[in-house]
Design a binder for this molecule. Sequence first.
Ligand code: ADP
Ligand code: MG
Length: 239
Amino acid sequence: MSAAVAMTVKGVRKSFGGLVAVNDVSFTLGAGEVLGIVGPNGAGKSTLFDLVSGVQPRDSGSVEVFGEAVSGLPAHRIARLGLARTFQKLRPLAGLSVTDNVMVGAYCQTRSKARARAIAAECVEAVGLTHKADDHADRLSTGQRKRLEVARALATGPRVLLLDEITAGVDPAGVPLLVELIKKLAGTDLSIVIIEHRMRVILDVSDRLLAMHLGAVIAEGNPTEVMRDPVVVERYLGR
Ligand code: ADP
Ligand code: MG
């Protein structure tokens, strides 16, 4: 008996001119699993998310979400298949309120404004921003903006959620709230891939860990073991 697979990524590759940013990356994400991805800056982690979520075209490789090929689909169609992601570089629509930002995601699921508003309210609540619902997004702290990103992704109704460094640039005092949020999401039906550079966070939330270096996967498995892998220690920590 094999566990259900949420996402299969096979032989994904992307180069920018002479630079191979993502080099033949393959992995599977189990249903309900939290898969962590670590690696030094420039390892290709965010580009991998771009390739999986259709934000950038792949040179080669395939991606399936719950058995459905997402190859060649534009990002909004991939979102409708149940794949959502956050961006490392935040992209809130600054002139819009928190609720309106999240409604943008909700329109992925519905054309009804009332329904979109209800979905947005739920997702804003889920990330603990109800008290900021009517504030302009540009008035939020970094940690709150990261939670807004998560809310907008959740509002699309995903089954697979990709989180890109949601604790990066966040005041240390704001990190526990984000960890709590990740754990709460992990306790739902969602399957999650999380790129994270804070070691304590990644070890705390991941069921399995994948380490990348120069566009390639260099280790994969139990989080503690991967972080102790001599190759990972050398490449990741630069020793
Ligand atoms: P990570 O998220 O692991 O820090 P990235 O995926 O952002 O790494 O970047 C991987 C490599 O690809 C880096 O060397 C980066 O400079 C390069 N890169 C990323 N996006 C582009 C782009 N649009 N054009 C050219 N090079 C890029
Ligand atoms: Mg990145």
